[in-house]
Design a binder for this molecule. Structure first.
Ligand code: FAQ
Length: 309
């Protein structure tokens, strides 16, 4: 069968809602795009452990420490599921890690911001996991089977993360004036970077057209961003937090919130490697990779000896 015919059959399968599995024929470009997007997603989960890990030893109670530990551990698991799903496309984990360390592969811009106060643990859970859920609920229906299946479990866990973050902030908002101010100050810093998680605006998103045609992405960046805003504003209002956007206003005609423009220069600067924590994040990952080398070598040697086939 000619390449053109194979591509046509592939597109027909996608259009009719069939799921693509690792052994199915797929265009090389589909495979490459999935590796790019999924490996970046896996890296985000693992790099995303760093800003929260920063607060484990300083959690204000044993219960909060246990919740935070469980959350950070969940993120490691999410990284593992997505790395494994990406490996079904013919790339191994070390190669993905090398791409992260060299800067060839990106990870989410959001994790280049520092966690300065305890309230940031609430903002990450509520806003960052909240944004991740909106994006990943759609990805759970994407055309590539292993990615979609990984998303189902991840979304369940992210819902727990989201709720604990919201509850943390709600608790602070019922506390002293200082606690309320800490929560609001944290919200002020995390709101705009959370909106940037959805990627550039649709008119500036080079990968969206292809990914939507292949039903990897089911909705555009702006569409998902708007969904996140619409569901988050009433939540903020319910606990007395103010969204740091003077132009935020419910629009009766569109039935969505209008909002100010996003600072795209800041977004581009962060994804180009110049955010407040980019260098620290990569340094930490490179160190973890080299510190863990002996463990990987020992495991490989054990496996070779005891499970030769
Ligand atoms: N940060 O053409 P598009 C989480 C890049 S998981 C950095 O629109 P695309 C869980 C993009 O890669 C969060 N780079 O790209 C958690 C591309 O560059 P490239 C991660 C970004 O792929 C919570 C260029 O800009 N989630 O938070 C970003 O169609 C708490 C052009 O952009 C996922 O990865 C960004 N925000 O759409 C963990 C979900 N946005 O690669 C710990 C899966 C764009 O050509 C604690 N990914 N870029 O050099 C996606 O849905 C998509 O890949 C988008 C980007 C929407 C992120």
């Amino acid at each position: 069968m000619s390449e053109t015919q194979l591509e046509q059959d592939f597109q027909n399968k996608i259009d009719s809602g069939e799921v693509i599995e690792p052994k199915d024929w797929m265009p090389e470009r589909y495979r490459k795009q999935l590796i790019r997007m999924m490996s970046q997603h896996a890296h985000s989960e693992v790099v995303g452990m760093l800003p929260e890990g920063n607060w484990i030893t300083r959690a204000p109670s044993l219960a909060r420490k246990a919740i935070l530990l469980a959350k950070v551990q969940d993120e490691a698991g999410h990284g593992l599921y997505i790395y494994s799903a990406t490996e079904t496309l013919g790339i191994d984990r070390q190669e993905m890690n090398n791409q992260l360390h060299s800067g060839k592969a990106k990870y989410s811009s959001i994790f280049n911001y520092p966690t300065l106060t305890w309230a940031d643990m609430g903002s990450i859970g509520w806003l960052v996991d909240g944004a991740a859920i909106v994006n990943q609920t759609a990805l759970a229906k994407c055309s590539y089977g292993p990615y979609a299946r990984a998303m189902v479990r991840i979304c369940k866990e992210e819902n727990f993360h989201n709720k604990q973050g919201y509850q943390l902030l709600a608790y602070l908002m019922r506390g002293t004036k200082e606690q309320q101010e800490m929560a609001q100050e944290s919200m002020n810093r995390w709101w705009w970077p959370s909106l940037m998680m959805f990627g550039p605006s649709d008119t500036n998103s080079p990968n969206s057209g292809e990914l939507m045609r292949w039903k990897v992405k089911l909705h555009s960046n702006d569409n998902l961003r708007q969904r996140f805003i619409d569901r988050t504003v009433p939540q903020a209002e319910a606990i007395g937090l103010t969204i740091p956007d003077p132009n935020l206003k419910w629009n009766e005609t569109t039935r969505h919130y209008d909002h100010s423009d996003i600072d795209w220069a800041e977004f581009q600067n962060v994804i180009a490697g110049n955010g407040p924590c980019n260098r620290d994040r990569i340094r930490a990952r490179v160190k973890a990779d080299s510190d863990g080398l002996w463990v990987r070598e020992a495991a490989a040697s054990y496996a070779k000896k005891h499970f030769p086939n």
